[in-house]
Design a protein around this ligand. Structure first.
Ligand SMILES: Nc1ncnc2c1ncn2[C@@H]1O[C@H](COP(=O)(O)OP(=O)(O)O)[C@@H](O)[C@H]1O
Ligand SMILES: [Mg+2]
Length: 165
């Protein structure tokens, strides 16, 4: 490729959509190696700031602050022409629409990936991870996983998500 064209390639924000245990973080690492991207993991940053079991009453406020922090970092990477991977879950259409808008505002192309994983597999992996007490992921029990499942809004065809099996 002509280096001038390479330099002008639009940096990309890769957004991972999937429930806990669906394989987002595992796959993010693989994608990061392929496209020399920086991974920004919302849960890991939350745990670094507030521990693996933040108080329910503060969760939304803490999460919003981490979201702002990570978007600032994403903007910095994109401005330098580097791809970023947002390993965040993006369970609702509103969150995905907001991310597409913000990606556009920082001058990035946006690609959503839908992690395809059977519910029973993702749930079992999550419970195993919680039991192992890794402290790199939130402590999610079965009831919480089921609640998240109920909140999850499947991306619709018009969102053009890339399916990851
Ligand atoms: N494709 C896969 N095949 C088998 N195990 C996987 C696969 N992807 C992830 N795992 C395992 O499942 C668990 C959860 O994966 P993770 O990537 O942390 O999911 P998420 O980030 O979506 O919560 C981890 O123990 C990981 O090793
Ligand atoms: Mg993860």
């Amino acid at each position: 490729m002509n280096p001038k064209h390479a330099a002008r390639r639009k940096a990309t924000v890769h957004l991972l959509c999937g429930l806990p245990g669906s394989g987002k973080t595992t796959w993010a690492r693989r994608l990061a190696a392929e496209c020399s991207a920086v991974v920004l993991n919302h849960d890991e940053r939350m745990i670094a700031r507030h521990g693996p079991n933040p108080p329910e009453s503060e969760f939304t406020r803490f999460a919003a602050a981490v979201t702002e922090e990570l978007w600032r970092e994403a903007a910095g990477e994109i401005a330098h022409g580097r791809d970023v991977i947002l390993d965040w879950g993006f369970w609702t259409r509103a969150e995905r629409d907001d991310a597409r808008r913000r990606g556009g505002e920082i001058g990035a192309a946006c690609v959503f990936y839908r992690m395809r994983c059977a519910d029973d597999v993702a749930r079992r992996r999550t419970l195993e991870r919680t039991a192992a007490g890794t402290r790199t992921a939130f402590e999610i029990n079965g009831a919480a996983w089921d609640l998240f499942r109920a909140k999850f809004e499947e991306p619709t065809a018009d969102e053009g998500a890339v399916e990851i099996e």
